[in-house]
Design a protein around this ligand. Structure first.
Ligand code: PGA
Length: 250
């Protein structure tokens, strides 16, 4: 049985005061019985997350990581730095990074490796655009994005990642994939992992695959009830403690 995981992606939101209120609200509530919670905050607030969440069951992490470990890479933040701030998770290949920052599948694979080398759990995001879905290319697109990561990792490393399916057309749009649409893609992704090679069936069975894209308290339970959906990556609704907790309890 895979444990459910619900990760908040704060994106470019937050302030010391707003984060304190949000984190205190999340921390004060009883931990969800069947899901682990985590928040992915902007880099400057990781120390705050560490200070507030240390000793709780709530994890924290970053929204991106450099493909490099050190050197002349102005503005980059390396995986060992995230590890120093107690990060358990880091998002890699979010569609906003792929589309606004030109992250290729190769860069996403390199970032995944850097995260693993520092003991972080990379949350590898894949997803198709609306045009790609309408052209019937969903499986080809997410399959290609996944393959780039599978090809770069050993089976042991694959056992330490989390996958997130986030259809680009559902992110921040209020349009959620139906639970059947999401389940179909999740099942396809898991099948691709099985098919990657001999011995991959076990790691595929254990792989947590989260769904992201306009998950709200009122649609989370149905999405999370699907057999291959192991939790969610939550944007907008993770900024309100009440909504984030309701999703964690869904
Ligand atoms: P959303 O974002 O929940 O606001 O749609 C999800 C994400 O981009 O991770």
């Amino acid at each position: 049985m895979r444990q459910k995981l619900v990760i908040g992606n704060w994106k470019l939101h937050g302030s010391l005061a707003a984060n304190a209120a949000l984190l205190d609200g999340i921390k004060a509530a009883p931990a969800p019985a069947r899901a682990r919670l985590a928040v992915c905050a902007p880099f400057p607030y990781l120390a705050q997350c560490q200070a507030v969440l240390s000793g709780t069951t709530i994890g924290w992490g970053a929204q991106d990581v450099s493909a490099e470990t050190r050197g002349a890479f102005t503005g980059e933040v390396a995986a060992p730095m995230l590890a120093e701030f107690g990060c358990a998770y880091v998002l890699v290949g979010h569609s906003e990074r792929r589309s606004y920052h030109g992250e290729t599948d190769a860069i996403v694979a390199a970032k995944t490796l850097r995260a693993l080398e520092s003991g972080l759990t990379p949350v590898v995001c894949v997803g198709e655009t609306l045009a790609q879905r309408e052209a019937g290319e969903t499986e080809a697109v997410v399959g290609r994005q996944l393959a780039a990561v599978l090809d770069a990792l050993s089976i042991e490393q694959l056992g330490r990642i989390v996958l997130a399916y986030e259809p680009v057309w559902a992110i921040g749009t209020g349009k959620t994939a139906t639970s059947e649409q999401a389940q179909a893609v999740h099942a396809y992704l898991r099948k691709q992992v099985v098919a990657h090679g001999e011995g991959f069936a076990d790691v595929a069975a254990r792989l947590q695959i989260l769904y992201g894209g306009s998950v709200k308290p009122d649609n989370a339970a149905e999405l999370f009830s699907m057999s291959d959906i192991d939790g969610g990556l939550i944007g907008g609704a993770s900024l309100k403690a009440e909504d984030f907790l309701a999703i964690g309890n869904a």
